[in-house]
Design a protein around this ligand. Structure first.
Ligand code: B12
Length: 212
């Protein structure tokens, strides 16, 4: 019975069904399922399917955005409970679009994928100054800092941010991405990781942190 409910929650993420999600998650909690189970065997399972479909080009950005919305509806019911119960996320990611850059669609997708895979995500939104990245990384004890840039003119703010993070004593991983960003550029500025898309970003970070 509970397995069927969890499968249905996963399916709601895949198909982006917000209304049904609003019914199912409270029902699962009422039925005695723990928030951890709902997260890992319902929401995360669904987002893993989305991630694979996105990688396989079976899903495109609009579908992922719908899944993101449904995921957030589900998370709304369990996030606080998880924190109260001391649930240990797979890691903490501080993410933002770099200084002077206002593009956030790709960054939001990356944030959603990480959230959907059981990471604690601190979204600094857009136009994030290097010092703000450092402050947030320290405050939230981030394992990873993620930066997005969509303009060739703002890519260099990634370099500045990497320097500020390293000089400020940040010891976690740094991942960069965004349409004009390449592996070569990531290497040049001293970022640890680069990913072309949101799904690959999660895979690379999981591998780097050694989390399943
Ligand atoms: C939508 C858009 C806008 C919207 C942004 C809305 C928003 N809320 O984001 C608006 C209208 C505001 C806008 C404004 C501008 N834009 Co604009 N914009 C675009 C457009 C059409 C799509 C970008 C997008 O969202 N793509 C979809 C997402 C999903 O893709 P993505 O961001 O690349 O993300 C994927 C990966 O790159 C990766 N990724 C992204 N971030 C990260 C982060 C990490 C850590 C990792 C690992 C991976 C990762 O994962 C995502 C998918 O899985 C692009 C054209 C294009 N084809 O890219 C131009 C484009 C980026 N814009 C451009 C320009 C010039 C501007 C303006 C300067 C225009 C102007 N003169 O005012 C302003 C700049 C504003 C500013 N200061 O930022 C140029 C940039 C040219 C250049 N080489 O620098 C582009 C390329 C258009 C063009 N061909 O000229 N823009």
């Amino acid at each position: 019975m509970s397995e069927q409910l969890l499968n249905e929650i996963a399916e709601c993420v895949v198909t982006g069904k917000n209304k049904r999600m609003e019914e199912l998650v409270p029902k699962a909690l009422q039925d005695g399922l723990t928030p951890e189970t709902v997260l890992m065997q319902g929401l995360v399972k669904g987002m893993e399917v989305v991630s694979n479909k996105f990688k396989g080009e079976e899903f495109y950005i609009p579908q992922v955005l719908l899944s993101e919305r449904a995921l957030n509806v589900g998370l709304k019911f369990i996030s606080e409970k998880l924190a109260q119960r001391g649930f240990k996320p797979r890691g903490t990611l501080v993410i933002g679009t770099v200084k002077e850059d206002l593009h956030d669609i790709g960054k939001n997708l990356v944030a959603a994928m990480f959230r959907g895979q059981g990471f604690n995500v601190v979204d600094m939104t857009v136009d994030v100054k290097p010092e703000q990245f450092l402050q947030a990384a320290k405050e939230h004890k981030a394992d990873v800092v993620g930066m997005s840039a969509l303009l060739t003119t703002t890519m260099d703010n990634m370099r500045t941010t990497v320097n500020v993070l390293k000089q400020g004593g940040f010891l976690g991983r740094i991942i960069v991405g965004g349409a004009p960003v390449t592996q070569g550029f990531a290497d040049q500025i001293g970022a640890d990781l680069f990913a072309e898309d949101a799904a690959t970003a999660v895979d690379k970070v999981k591998a780097a942190l050694g989390v399943a």
